[in-house]
Design a protein around this ligand. Structure first.
Ligand code: C2O
Length: 586
Protein backbone atom coordinates (compact mmCIF):
# COMPACT_ATOMS: atom_id res chain seq x y z
CA UNK A 1 0.00 0.00 0.00
CA UNK A 2 1.30 3.44 -0.89
CA UNK A 3 0.95 5.37 2.31
CA UNK A 4 2.37 8.86 2.36
CA UNK A 5 0.69 10.92 5.01
CA UNK A 6 -1.86 9.02 6.94
CA UNK A 7 -3.89 11.24 9.22
CA UNK A 8 -6.68 8.77 9.49
CA UNK A 9 -8.53 9.45 12.70
CA UNK A 10 -10.90 6.68 13.57
CA UNK A 11 -13.17 6.90 16.52
CA UNK A 12 -15.53 4.21 17.61
CA UNK A 13 -17.93 5.40 20.26
CA UNK A 14 -19.98 2.51 21.47
CA UNK A 15 -23.52 3.17 22.56
CA UNK A 16 -24.73 0.63 25.01
CA UNK A 17 -28.32 0.36 23.93
CA UNK A 18 -28.72 -2.38 26.49
CA UNK A 19 -29.27 0.35 29.06
CA UNK A 20 -32.19 1.76 27.17
CA UNK A 21 -33.98 -1.21 25.73
CA UNK A 22 -34.66 -4.79 26.45
CA UNK A 23 -33.12 -5.86 23.13
CA UNK A 24 -29.57 -7.14 23.22
CA UNK A 25 -28.62 -5.45 19.98
CA UNK A 26 -25.74 -3.03 20.18
CA UNK A 27 -24.81 -0.42 17.63
CA UNK A 28 -21.83 1.86 17.33
CA UNK A 29 -21.09 5.16 15.73
CA UNK A 30 -18.05 4.69 13.51
CA UNK A 31 -16.40 7.98 12.66
CA UNK A 32 -13.72 8.76 10.06
CA UNK A 33 -12.08 11.85 8.65
CA UNK A 34 -11.29 11.79 4.94
CA UNK A 35 -8.66 14.40 4.05
CA UNK A 36 -8.74 14.61 0.26
CA UNK A 37 -5.49 16.07 -1.00
CA UNK A 38 -3.36 15.88 -4.10
CA UNK A 39 -0.34 13.69 -3.34
CA UNK A 40 2.57 12.37 -5.35
CA UNK A 41 2.67 8.61 -5.97
CA UNK A 42 4.79 6.44 -8.23
CA UNK A 43 3.27 3.02 -8.89
CA UNK A 44 5.07 2.80 -12.26
CA UNK A 45 8.15 4.69 -13.50
CA UNK A 46 6.86 8.25 -13.24
CA UNK A 47 5.87 10.36 -10.28
CA UNK A 48 2.26 11.39 -10.60
CA UNK A 49 0.12 13.88 -8.68
CA UNK A 50 -3.27 12.40 -7.84
CA UNK A 51 -6.06 13.13 -5.36
CA UNK A 52 -6.03 10.63 -2.50
CA UNK A 53 -7.84 10.13 0.81
CA UNK A 54 -5.49 10.40 3.80
CA UNK A 55 -2.56 10.02 1.42
CA UNK A 56 -3.14 6.38 0.63
CA UNK A 57 -3.83 4.38 -2.51
CA UNK A 58 -6.17 2.53 -2.18
CA UNK A 59 -7.84 4.72 0.44
CA UNK A 60 -8.61 3.72 4.03
CA UNK A 61 -10.71 0.63 4.75
CA UNK A 62 -13.88 1.32 6.68
CA UNK A 63 -14.97 -1.41 9.10
CA UNK A 64 -18.48 -1.41 10.52
CA UNK A 65 -21.00 -3.86 11.86
CA UNK A 66 -24.49 -4.17 10.51
CA UNK A 67 -26.66 -1.74 12.47
CA UNK A 68 -23.90 0.83 13.01
CA UNK A 69 -24.03 4.50 12.09
CA UNK A 70 -21.19 5.67 9.85
CA UNK A 71 -20.03 9.28 10.02
CA UNK A 72 -17.40 10.48 7.55
CA UNK A 73 -16.13 14.05 7.53
CA UNK A 74 -14.84 14.81 4.04
CA UNK A 75 -12.38 17.70 3.94
CA UNK A 76 -11.67 18.64 0.37
CA UNK A 77 -8.20 20.13 0.04
CA UNK A 78 -7.75 18.77 -3.47
CA UNK A 79 -8.17 20.82 -6.61
CA UNK A 80 -11.29 18.90 -7.68
CA UNK A 81 -15.00 19.01 -6.99
CA UNK A 82 -15.75 15.82 -5.06
CA UNK A 83 -18.53 13.62 -3.76
CA UNK A 84 -18.08 10.27 -2.02
CA UNK A 85 -20.51 7.47 -2.86
CA UNK A 86 -21.03 4.50 -0.55
CA UNK A 87 -21.46 1.98 -3.34
CA UNK A 88 -24.11 -0.59 -2.47
CA UNK A 89 -25.16 0.92 0.87
CA UNK A 90 -28.97 1.07 0.95
CA UNK A 91 -29.14 4.55 2.54
CA UNK A 92 -32.61 3.79 3.85
CA UNK A 93 -34.40 7.18 3.99
CA UNK A 94 -31.01 8.93 3.76
CA UNK A 95 -30.55 9.33 0.02
CA UNK A 96 -29.10 12.81 0.68
CA UNK A 97 -26.02 10.89 1.84
CA UNK A 98 -25.67 8.77 -1.31
CA UNK A 99 -22.90 10.95 -2.75
CA UNK A 100 -24.01 10.82 -6.40
CA UNK A 101 -22.78 14.02 -7.97
CA UNK A 102 -25.64 16.22 -9.26
CA UNK A 103 -28.14 13.48 -8.41
CA UNK A 104 -28.24 13.33 -4.60
CA UNK A 105 -26.09 16.40 -3.97
CA UNK A 106 -23.97 19.12 -5.55
CA UNK A 107 -20.22 18.49 -5.24
CA UNK A 108 -18.00 19.47 -2.33
CA UNK A 109 -15.82 22.19 -3.81
CA UNK A 110 -12.12 22.64 -3.10
CA UNK A 111 -11.50 23.97 0.46
CA UNK A 112 -15.03 22.95 1.49
CA UNK A 113 -16.19 20.17 3.80
CA UNK A 114 -19.19 17.94 4.11
CA UNK A 115 -20.15 15.28 6.63
CA UNK A 116 -21.81 12.07 5.50
CA UNK A 117 -23.88 10.40 8.22
CA UNK A 118 -26.04 7.31 7.73
CA UNK A 119 -27.08 4.00 9.22
CA UNK A 120 -25.99 0.71 7.69
CA UNK A 121 -28.77 -1.82 8.15
CA UNK A 122 -29.94 -5.02 6.53
CA UNK A 123 -26.74 -5.91 4.69
CA UNK A 124 -23.43 -7.68 5.40
CA UNK A 125 -20.32 -8.29 3.37
CA UNK A 126 -17.89 -6.29 1.26
CA UNK A 127 -18.67 -3.02 -0.49
CA UNK A 128 -16.61 -0.05 -1.57
CA UNK A 129 -16.68 3.72 -1.31
CA UNK A 130 -15.56 5.87 -4.21
CA UNK A 131 -15.66 9.39 -5.58
CA UNK A 132 -18.67 9.92 -7.84
CA UNK A 133 -17.37 12.70 -10.07
CA UNK A 134 -16.05 11.70 -13.51
CA UNK A 135 -12.91 9.54 -13.33
CA UNK A 136 -11.85 10.62 -9.84
CA UNK A 137 -12.72 7.23 -8.46
CA UNK A 138 -9.57 6.00 -10.22
CA UNK A 139 -7.67 7.02 -7.08
CA UNK A 140 -10.42 7.91 -4.60
CA UNK A 141 -11.75 4.54 -3.46
CA UNK A 142 -11.47 2.01 -0.65
CA UNK A 143 -13.08 -0.99 1.00
CA UNK A 144 -16.23 -0.75 3.11
CA UNK A 145 -16.59 -3.91 5.18
CA UNK A 146 -19.80 -4.71 6.99
CA UNK A 147 -19.57 -7.52 9.54
CA UNK A 148 -22.53 -9.08 11.36
CA UNK A 149 -23.75 -7.51 14.60
CA UNK A 150 -21.77 -8.72 17.56
CA UNK A 151 -22.85 -12.18 18.59
CA UNK A 152 -24.22 -13.05 15.14
CA UNK A 153 -22.16 -15.59 13.18
CA UNK A 154 -21.33 -15.69 9.50
CA UNK A 155 -23.40 -18.27 7.62
CA UNK A 156 -20.12 -20.17 6.97
CA UNK A 157 -17.26 -21.39 9.19
CA UNK A 158 -15.41 -18.49 10.79
CA UNK A 159 -12.31 -17.71 8.71
CA UNK A 160 -8.87 -17.54 10.31
CA UNK A 161 -8.24 -14.10 8.77
CA UNK A 162 -9.94 -11.63 6.44
CA UNK A 163 -8.11 -9.84 3.63
CA UNK A 164 -9.34 -7.00 1.37
CA UNK A 165 -8.09 -7.38 -2.21
CA UNK A 166 -8.72 -4.32 -4.36
CA UNK A 167 -8.20 -4.23 -8.12
CA UNK A 168 -7.45 -0.80 -9.54
CA UNK A 169 -6.84 0.71 -12.94
CA UNK A 170 -4.00 3.16 -13.38
CA UNK A 171 -3.26 5.92 -15.88
CA UNK A 172 0.23 7.40 -15.86
CA UNK A 173 -1.10 10.86 -16.73
CA UNK A 174 -2.59 13.75 -14.81
CA UNK A 175 -5.95 12.37 -13.74
CA UNK A 176 -7.57 15.69 -14.63
CA UNK A 177 -6.82 14.87 -18.26
CA UNK A 178 -8.85 11.69 -18.02
CA UNK A 179 -12.02 13.61 -18.75
CA UNK A 180 -10.89 14.05 -22.32
CA UNK A 181 -12.65 12.06 -25.02
CA UNK A 182 -11.80 9.43 -25.95
CA UNK A 183 -10.38 8.31 -22.57
CA UNK A 184 -6.87 7.03 -23.21
CA UNK A 185 -6.06 3.34 -22.70
CA UNK A 186 -4.93 2.76 -19.11
CA UNK A 187 -1.27 2.01 -18.39
CA UNK A 188 -1.59 -0.63 -15.69
CA UNK A 189 -3.73 -2.49 -13.21
CA UNK A 190 -2.84 -2.55 -9.55
CA UNK A 191 -3.63 -5.03 -6.81
CA UNK A 192 -3.90 -3.26 -3.44
CA UNK A 193 -1.98 -0.31 -4.88
CA UNK A 194 0.88 -2.36 -6.36
CA UNK A 195 1.58 -3.09 -10.02
CA UNK A 196 3.93 -6.01 -9.37
CA UNK A 197 6.34 -7.80 -11.67
CA UNK A 198 4.35 -7.29 -14.87
CA UNK A 199 5.58 -3.72 -15.27
CA UNK A 200 9.01 -2.12 -15.34
CA UNK A 201 9.86 -0.08 -12.20
CA UNK A 202 7.50 -2.05 -9.99
CA UNK A 203 9.47 -5.28 -9.83
CA UNK A 204 9.58 -6.63 -6.29
CA UNK A 205 6.65 -4.40 -5.37
CA UNK A 206 3.88 -6.93 -5.40
CA UNK A 207 1.01 -7.56 -3.02
CA UNK A 208 1.84 -10.66 -0.96
CA UNK A 209 -0.62 -12.58 1.14
CA UNK A 210 1.11 -14.73 3.76
CA UNK A 211 -0.90 -17.78 4.75
CA UNK A 212 -0.59 -20.62 7.21
CA UNK A 213 -1.07 -24.05 5.70
CA UNK A 214 -4.44 -25.56 6.58
CA UNK A 215 -6.09 -22.24 7.51
CA UNK A 216 -9.05 -20.62 5.73
CA UNK A 217 -9.04 -16.97 4.69
CA UNK A 218 -11.93 -14.74 3.69
CA UNK A 219 -10.91 -12.73 0.62
CA UNK A 220 -12.91 -9.52 0.31
CA UNK A 221 -12.44 -8.81 -3.38
CA UNK A 222 -13.34 -5.45 -4.93
CA UNK A 223 -13.11 -4.42 -8.56
CA UNK A 224 -12.41 -0.69 -8.30
CA UNK A 225 -11.22 -0.47 -11.93
CA UNK A 226 -12.95 2.26 -13.89
CA UNK A 227 -13.65 0.51 -17.14
CA UNK A 228 -12.52 -3.11 -17.04
CA UNK A 229 -14.14 -6.38 -16.10
CA UNK A 230 -11.47 -8.61 -14.55
CA UNK A 231 -10.91 -12.35 -14.29
CA UNK A 232 -9.28 -13.44 -11.02
CA UNK A 233 -7.60 -16.79 -10.45
CA UNK A 234 -5.23 -18.32 -7.91
CA UNK A 235 -2.77 -20.96 -9.11
CA UNK A 236 -3.61 -24.51 -7.89
CA UNK A 237 -6.39 -23.28 -5.56
CA UNK A 238 -10.16 -23.23 -5.70
CA UNK A 239 -12.20 -20.72 -3.72
CA UNK A 240 -15.74 -20.85 -2.34
CA UNK A 241 -17.81 -17.76 -3.12
CA UNK A 242 -20.02 -16.92 -0.11
CA UNK A 243 -21.27 -13.41 -0.96
CA UNK A 244 -21.67 -11.08 -3.92
CA UNK A 245 -22.21 -7.32 -3.51
CA UNK A 246 -22.63 -7.77 0.27
CA UNK A 247 -25.40 -10.34 0.16
CA UNK A 248 -24.77 -13.99 0.99
CA UNK A 249 -24.85 -16.69 -1.69
CA UNK A 250 -25.16 -20.45 -1.69
CA UNK A 251 -21.50 -21.53 -1.31
CA UNK A 252 -20.11 -21.82 -4.86
CA UNK A 253 -16.85 -23.65 -5.53
CA UNK A 254 -14.83 -22.29 -8.45
CA UNK A 255 -11.31 -21.84 -9.79
CA UNK A 256 -12.05 -18.59 -11.63
CA UNK A 257 -14.01 -15.44 -10.80
CA UNK A 258 -15.02 -12.45 -12.87
CA UNK A 259 -15.97 -9.03 -11.52
CA UNK A 260 -17.44 -6.08 -13.40
CA UNK A 261 -16.36 -2.61 -12.32
CA UNK A 262 -18.12 -1.95 -9.00
CA UNK A 263 -18.76 -5.59 -8.11
CA UNK A 264 -17.46 -7.29 -4.98
CA UNK A 265 -17.02 -10.96 -4.04
CA UNK A 266 -16.47 -12.56 -0.64
CA UNK A 267 -14.67 -15.86 -1.16
CA UNK A 268 -13.15 -18.44 1.21
CA UNK A 269 -9.67 -19.62 0.36
CA UNK A 270 -8.20 -22.61 2.17
CA UNK A 271 -4.41 -22.93 2.08
CA UNK A 272 -4.64 -26.64 1.27
CA UNK A 273 -1.73 -27.02 -1.15
CA UNK A 274 1.92 -28.01 -0.57
CA UNK A 275 4.11 -25.34 1.02
CA UNK A 276 5.08 -22.92 -1.71
CA UNK A 277 4.27 -19.70 -3.50
CA UNK A 278 1.35 -19.29 -5.88
CA UNK A 279 0.42 -16.41 -8.14
CA UNK A 280 -2.95 -14.70 -7.65
CA UNK A 281 -3.59 -13.07 -11.02
CA UNK A 282 -6.01 -10.83 -12.85
CA UNK A 283 -6.55 -10.31 -16.57
CA UNK A 284 -9.03 -8.02 -18.27
CA UNK A 285 -12.19 -9.54 -19.69
CA UNK A 286 -12.96 -7.62 -22.86
CA UNK A 287 -16.43 -8.33 -24.12
CA UNK A 288 -16.90 -5.77 -26.89
CA UNK A 289 -17.65 -7.67 -30.08
CA UNK A 290 -15.81 -6.55 -33.18
CA UNK A 291 -13.42 -4.29 -31.25
CA UNK A 292 -9.72 -5.25 -31.34
CA UNK A 293 -8.65 -6.81 -28.03
CA UNK A 294 -5.62 -5.45 -26.22
CA UNK A 295 -2.43 -7.48 -25.99
CA UNK A 296 -2.44 -10.15 -23.34
CA UNK A 297 -1.65 -8.85 -19.91
CA UNK A 298 -1.63 -10.57 -16.57
CA UNK A 299 -1.12 -8.74 -13.30
CA UNK A 300 -0.16 -10.78 -10.34
CA UNK A 301 0.09 -10.84 -6.60
CA UNK A 302 1.45 -13.68 -4.48
CA UNK A 303 0.11 -16.22 -2.08
CA UNK A 304 3.02 -17.19 0.17
CA UNK A 305 2.79 -20.19 2.50
CA UNK A 306 4.54 -19.73 5.80
CA UNK A 307 7.65 -21.90 5.78
CA UNK A 308 7.91 -22.05 1.99
CA UNK A 309 11.38 -21.84 0.51
CA UNK A 310 11.83 -18.33 -0.92
CA UNK A 311 13.72 -19.81 -3.83
CA UNK A 312 10.72 -21.73 -5.10
CA UNK A 313 9.34 -20.28 -8.31
CA UNK A 314 5.64 -19.49 -7.91
CA UNK A 315 3.07 -21.47 -9.88
CA UNK A 316 1.07 -19.46 -12.44
CA UNK A 317 -2.67 -19.88 -12.98
CA UNK A 318 -3.86 -20.54 -16.52
CA UNK A 319 -5.95 -17.44 -17.24
CA UNK A 320 -9.03 -17.41 -19.50
CA UNK A 321 -8.64 -15.68 -22.87
CA UNK A 322 -9.43 -11.96 -22.80
CA UNK A 323 -12.68 -12.47 -24.69
CA UNK A 324 -13.79 -15.69 -22.95
CA UNK A 325 -17.47 -14.75 -22.64
CA UNK A 326 -18.61 -18.37 -21.98
CA UNK A 327 -16.42 -18.57 -18.84
CA UNK A 328 -17.54 -15.13 -17.65
CA UNK A 329 -21.18 -15.96 -18.33
CA UNK A 330 -20.98 -19.34 -16.59
CA UNK A 331 -19.48 -17.84 -13.44
CA UNK A 332 -21.89 -14.89 -13.35
CA UNK A 333 -25.06 -16.81 -14.03
CA UNK A 334 -24.49 -19.96 -11.93
CA UNK A 335 -24.41 -18.50 -8.42
CA UNK A 336 -27.61 -18.51 -6.39
CA UNK A 337 -28.73 -16.49 -3.39
CA UNK A 338 -28.70 -17.91 0.14
CA UNK A 339 -32.47 -18.20 0.51
CA UNK A 340 -33.36 -18.07 4.19
CA UNK A 341 -29.91 -16.70 5.12
CA UNK A 342 -29.27 -13.43 6.99
CA UNK A 343 -31.19 -10.48 5.50
CA UNK A 344 -32.77 -12.69 2.84
CA UNK A 345 -36.30 -11.74 1.75
CA UNK A 346 -38.36 -13.97 -0.54
CA UNK A 347 -38.83 -12.74 -4.12
CA UNK A 348 -42.19 -10.93 -4.44
CA UNK A 349 -44.26 -12.85 -6.96
CA UNK A 350 -46.45 -9.99 -8.16
CA UNK A 351 -45.06 -7.14 -10.24
CA UNK A 352 -46.46 -3.60 -10.21
CA UNK A 353 -44.19 -1.96 -12.77
CA UNK A 354 -42.78 -3.77 -15.78
CA UNK A 355 -40.03 -2.12 -17.76
CA UNK A 356 -38.13 -3.28 -20.81
CA UNK A 357 -34.97 -1.20 -21.20
CA UNK A 358 -32.67 -1.39 -24.20
CA UNK A 359 -29.12 -0.31 -23.50
CA UNK A 360 -26.01 0.35 -25.47
CA UNK A 361 -24.12 2.81 -27.55
CA UNK A 362 -25.32 5.26 -30.17
CA UNK A 363 -24.24 8.40 -31.94
CA UNK A 364 -24.63 12.09 -31.40
CA UNK A 365 -24.17 14.67 -34.16
CA UNK A 366 -20.61 15.98 -34.08
CA UNK A 367 -20.43 19.70 -33.20
CA UNK A 368 -19.33 21.67 -36.24
CA UNK A 369 -16.00 22.89 -34.82
CA UNK A 370 -14.78 19.48 -33.56
CA UNK A 371 -13.38 16.30 -35.04
CA UNK A 372 -15.26 13.26 -33.80
CA UNK A 373 -13.88 9.74 -33.80
CA UNK A 374 -17.14 7.77 -33.90
CA UNK A 375 -18.54 5.98 -36.95
CA UNK A 376 -19.68 8.19 -39.86
CA UNK A 377 -17.76 11.09 -38.35
CA UNK A 378 -20.15 11.43 -35.39
CA UNK A 379 -19.41 11.09 -31.70
CA UNK A 380 -20.35 8.24 -29.36
CA UNK A 381 -23.16 8.44 -26.86
CA UNK A 382 -24.89 5.79 -24.79
CA UNK A 383 -28.55 5.37 -24.08
CA UNK A 384 -31.26 3.57 -22.15
CA UNK A 385 -34.50 3.22 -24.14
CA UNK A 386 -33.01 5.63 -26.63
CA UNK A 387 -32.56 8.39 -24.06
CA UNK A 388 -29.14 9.82 -23.29
CA UNK A 389 -29.17 11.12 -19.75
CA UNK A 390 -28.09 14.73 -19.26
CA UNK A 391 -26.99 15.73 -15.75
CA UNK A 392 -28.67 18.76 -14.18
CA UNK A 393 -26.28 21.68 -13.66
CA UNK A 394 -27.57 24.21 -11.18
CA UNK A 395 -29.21 22.01 -8.58
CA UNK A 396 -29.18 18.31 -7.74
CA UNK A 397 -32.03 16.12 -8.97
CA UNK A 398 -32.92 15.30 -5.39
CA UNK A 399 -33.25 19.00 -4.43
CA UNK A 400 -35.31 19.64 -7.57
CA UNK A 401 -37.62 16.82 -6.47
CA UNK A 402 -37.69 17.71 -2.76
CA UNK A 403 -38.27 21.44 -3.28
CA UNK A 404 -40.49 21.02 -6.34
CA UNK A 405 -38.23 23.03 -8.63
CA UNK A 406 -39.62 22.82 -12.15
CA UNK A 407 -37.64 22.71 -15.37
CA UNK A 408 -34.84 20.45 -14.06
CA UNK A 409 -36.12 17.03 -15.14
CA UNK A 410 -39.12 15.43 -16.78
CA UNK A 411 -41.00 12.49 -15.28
CA UNK A 412 -41.30 10.60 -18.54
CA UNK A 413 -38.64 7.90 -18.73
CA UNK A 414 -40.29 5.35 -21.04
CA UNK A 415 -41.17 1.77 -20.01
CA UNK A 416 -40.03 0.45 -23.38
CA UNK A 417 -37.88 1.51 -26.32
CA UNK A 418 -39.56 3.64 -29.02
CA UNK A 419 -39.16 0.82 -31.52
CA UNK A 420 -39.24 -2.96 -31.35
CA UNK A 421 -36.38 -4.34 -33.44
CA UNK A 422 -33.94 -7.23 -33.59
CA UNK A 423 -31.90 -5.80 -30.71
CA UNK A 424 -28.89 -8.07 -30.83
CA UNK A 425 -28.65 -8.26 -34.59
CA UNK A 426 -28.86 -4.60 -35.47
CA UNK A 427 -28.58 -3.69 -39.13
CA UNK A 428 -29.23 -0.31 -40.63
CA UNK A 429 -32.15 -0.86 -42.97
CA UNK A 430 -34.75 1.82 -42.52
CA UNK A 431 -35.02 5.41 -41.42
CA UNK A 432 -36.35 4.39 -38.03
CA UNK A 433 -33.31 2.12 -37.52
CA UNK A 434 -31.21 5.17 -38.26
CA UNK A 435 -33.21 7.12 -35.68
CA UNK A 436 -32.43 4.45 -33.07
CA UNK A 437 -28.77 5.25 -33.54
CA UNK A 438 -29.30 8.87 -32.49
CA UNK A 439 -30.84 8.89 -29.02
CA UNK A 440 -32.65 11.86 -27.52
CA UNK A 441 -30.74 13.89 -24.88
CA UNK A 442 -32.86 14.44 -21.78
CA UNK A 443 -32.93 14.49 -17.99
CA UNK A 444 -35.80 12.06 -17.58
CA UNK A 445 -36.77 10.01 -14.54
CA UNK A 446 -39.24 7.28 -13.69
CA UNK A 447 -41.37 7.79 -10.57
CA UNK A 448 -42.28 4.77 -8.47
CA UNK A 449 -44.92 4.38 -5.80
CA UNK A 450 -43.56 3.47 -2.36
CA UNK A 451 -43.31 -0.32 -1.92
CA UNK A 452 -44.18 -1.15 -5.51
CA UNK A 453 -42.41 -4.14 -7.08
CA UNK A 454 -40.46 -3.26 -10.19
CA UNK A 455 -39.28 -5.71 -12.83
CA UNK A 456 -36.76 -4.56 -15.39
CA UNK A 457 -35.65 -6.54 -18.43
CA UNK A 458 -32.31 -5.08 -19.47
CA UNK A 459 -31.70 -5.81 -23.13
CA UNK A 460 -28.25 -5.14 -24.52
CA UNK A 461 -28.28 -4.00 -28.14
CA UNK A 462 -25.74 -4.46 -30.91
CA UNK A 463 -25.98 -0.85 -32.08
CA UNK A 464 -22.33 0.09 -32.85
CA UNK A 465 -21.07 -2.88 -30.79
CA UNK A 466 -22.40 -5.36 -28.25
CA UNK A 467 -20.49 -5.36 -24.99
CA UNK A 468 -21.16 -6.19 -21.34
CA UNK A 469 -22.48 -3.15 -19.50
CA UNK A 470 -22.40 -3.45 -15.70
CA UNK A 471 -25.61 -1.75 -14.57
CA UNK A 472 -25.57 -0.38 -11.01
CA UNK A 473 -28.65 0.67 -9.06
CA UNK A 474 -28.12 3.04 -6.13
CA UNK A 475 -30.12 2.49 -2.95
CA UNK A 476 -31.15 -1.15 -3.49
CA UNK A 477 -30.14 -4.73 -3.99
CA UNK A 478 -32.09 -6.35 -6.79
CA UNK A 479 -32.83 -9.99 -7.51
CA UNK A 480 -31.26 -11.23 -10.74
CA UNK A 481 -33.93 -13.64 -11.96
CA UNK A 482 -32.16 -14.71 -15.13
CA UNK A 483 -29.41 -14.06 -17.64
CA UNK A 484 -29.36 -14.94 -21.31
CA UNK A 485 -27.79 -14.39 -24.70
CA UNK A 486 -29.78 -12.95 -27.62
CA UNK A 487 -33.15 -11.19 -27.47
CA UNK A 488 -35.26 -11.74 -24.35
CA UNK A 489 -38.26 -13.91 -25.09
CA UNK A 490 -41.14 -12.82 -22.79
CA UNK A 491 -42.76 -16.26 -23.02
CA UNK A 492 -40.01 -18.87 -23.08
CA UNK A 493 -37.37 -17.02 -21.09
CA UNK A 494 -39.91 -15.79 -18.53
CA UNK A 495 -40.74 -19.43 -17.68
CA UNK A 496 -37.13 -20.14 -16.76
CA UNK A 497 -36.65 -17.27 -14.29
CA UNK A 498 -35.44 -18.21 -10.81
CA UNK A 499 -38.01 -16.95 -8.32
CA UNK A 500 -36.81 -19.17 -5.47
CA UNK A 501 -33.15 -18.40 -4.74
CA UNK A 502 -31.88 -15.89 -7.32
CA UNK A 503 -28.58 -14.12 -6.71
CA UNK A 504 -28.82 -10.50 -5.61
CA UNK A 505 -26.67 -7.59 -6.70
CA UNK A 506 -26.33 -3.86 -6.76
CA UNK A 507 -24.32 -4.15 -10.01
CA UNK A 508 -24.98 -6.70 -12.74
CA UNK A 509 -23.13 -7.30 -15.99
CA UNK A 510 -25.60 -7.53 -18.86
CA UNK A 511 -23.95 -10.05 -21.22
CA UNK A 512 -22.77 -8.75 -24.60
CA UNK A 513 -25.71 -9.19 -26.97
CA UNK A 514 -27.81 -10.55 -24.11
CA UNK A 515 -30.20 -9.70 -21.33
CA UNK A 516 -30.88 -9.90 -17.59
CA UNK A 517 -34.14 -9.72 -15.70
CA UNK A 518 -34.08 -8.00 -12.34
CA UNK A 519 -36.65 -7.22 -9.71
CA UNK A 520 -36.62 -4.89 -6.71
CA UNK A 521 -39.02 -3.46 -4.17
CA UNK A 522 -39.18 0.33 -4.18
CA UNK A 523 -39.09 0.60 -0.40
CA UNK A 524 -36.53 3.40 -0.16
CA UNK A 525 -37.81 6.94 -0.78
CA UNK A 526 -35.59 9.35 -2.69
CA UNK A 527 -33.80 9.81 -5.99
CA UNK A 528 -31.70 6.85 -7.14
CA UNK A 529 -29.32 6.67 -10.04
CA UNK A 530 -29.30 3.59 -12.29
CA UNK A 531 -26.25 3.60 -14.55
CA UNK A 532 -23.51 1.74 -16.32
CA UNK A 533 -20.54 1.40 -13.95
CA UNK A 534 -17.94 1.67 -16.69
CA UNK A 535 -16.76 5.19 -16.06
CA UNK A 536 -15.99 5.68 -19.73
CA UNK A 537 -19.70 5.21 -20.38
CA UNK A 538 -20.89 7.73 -17.79
CA UNK A 539 -20.26 10.79 -19.95
CA UNK A 540 -22.02 8.77 -22.65
CA UNK A 541 -25.19 8.98 -20.60
CA UNK A 542 -26.00 5.27 -20.02
CA UNK A 543 -27.99 6.42 -17.02
CA UNK A 544 -31.42 7.21 -15.72
CA UNK A 545 -32.88 7.89 -12.29
CA UNK A 546 -35.76 6.50 -10.29
CA UNK A 547 -37.70 8.69 -7.88
CA UNK A 548 -39.31 6.62 -5.15
CA UNK A 549 -42.15 8.48 -3.49
CA UNK A 550 -42.62 8.66 0.27
CA UNK A 551 -44.69 6.05 2.03
CA UNK A 552 -47.67 6.93 4.23
CA UNK A 553 -45.78 7.49 7.51
CA UNK A 554 -42.75 9.45 8.73
CA UNK A 555 -40.92 6.10 9.08
CA UNK A 556 -41.39 5.51 5.37
CA UNK A 557 -40.47 9.03 4.25
CA UNK A 558 -37.26 10.66 3.14
CA UNK A 559 -35.47 12.60 5.88
CA UNK A 560 -35.02 16.35 5.40
CA UNK A 561 -31.73 17.45 3.79
CA UNK A 562 -28.72 18.12 6.05
CA UNK A 563 -28.22 21.81 6.75
CA UNK A 564 -24.75 21.98 5.19
CA UNK A 565 -25.58 20.35 1.86
CA UNK A 566 -23.15 21.75 -0.75
CA UNK A 567 -24.61 24.10 -3.32
CA UNK A 568 -23.96 23.98 -7.04
CA UNK A 569 -22.19 27.09 -8.16
CA UNK A 570 -19.93 28.15 -10.91
CA UNK A 571 -18.87 31.21 -8.98
CA UNK A 572 -15.13 30.75 -8.29
CA UNK A 573 -15.23 33.13 -5.33
CA UNK A 574 -16.95 30.50 -3.23
CA UNK A 575 -13.67 28.56 -3.16
CA UNK A 576 -12.32 31.17 -0.75
CA UNK A 577 -15.04 30.70 1.83
CA UNK A 578 -15.53 27.22 3.23
CA UNK A 579 -19.15 26.74 4.11
CA UNK A 580 -18.61 24.47 7.08
CA UNK A 581 -15.85 23.80 9.54
CA UNK A 582 -15.24 20.38 10.95
CA UNK A 583 -13.92 20.27 14.48
CA UNK A 584 -10.86 18.05 14.31
CA UNK A 585 -9.89 18.40 17.91
CA UNK A 586 -11.08 15.00 19.08
CU1 C2O B 1 -20.26 2.88 -7.76
CU2 C2O B 1 -23.08 5.40 -9.21
O1 C2O B 1 -21.61 4.18 -8.51
Amino acid sequence: MTRLHNHCLTIQAFLILLLFSSSIASAAIVEHVFHVKNVVVKPLCKEQMVPAVNGSLPGPTINVREGDTLVVHVINNSTYNITIHWHGVFQLKSSWMDGANLISQCPIQPTNNFTYRFDITGQEGTLLWHAHVVNLRATLHGALIIRPRSGRPYPFPKPYKEVPIIFEQWWDIDIGLLGIQPAPVSDAYLINGLAGDSYPCSKNRMFKLKVVQGKTYLLRIINAALNTHLFFKIANHNVTVVALDAIYTTPYLTDVMVLTPGQTIDALLTADQPLGMYHMSITPYTSAIGIPIPTNMTITSLLVYEGAATSSSPALPLMPALNDTPTAHRFSSSITGLAGGPHWKPVPDHVDEKMFITMGLGLDPCPSDTKCIGPVGQRFVGSLNNRTFVNPETVSLQEAYFYDITGVYTDDFPDQPPLIFDYTNFKLRTNSDYKMMFPERKTSVKTLRYNSTVEVVLQNTAIITAESHPMHLHGFNFYVLGYGIGNYDPIHDARKLNLFNPQMHNTVGVPPGGWVVLRFIANNPGVWLFHCHMDAHLPYGIMMAFIVQNGPTPETSLLPPPSNLPQCTRDPTIYESPTTNVDLSY
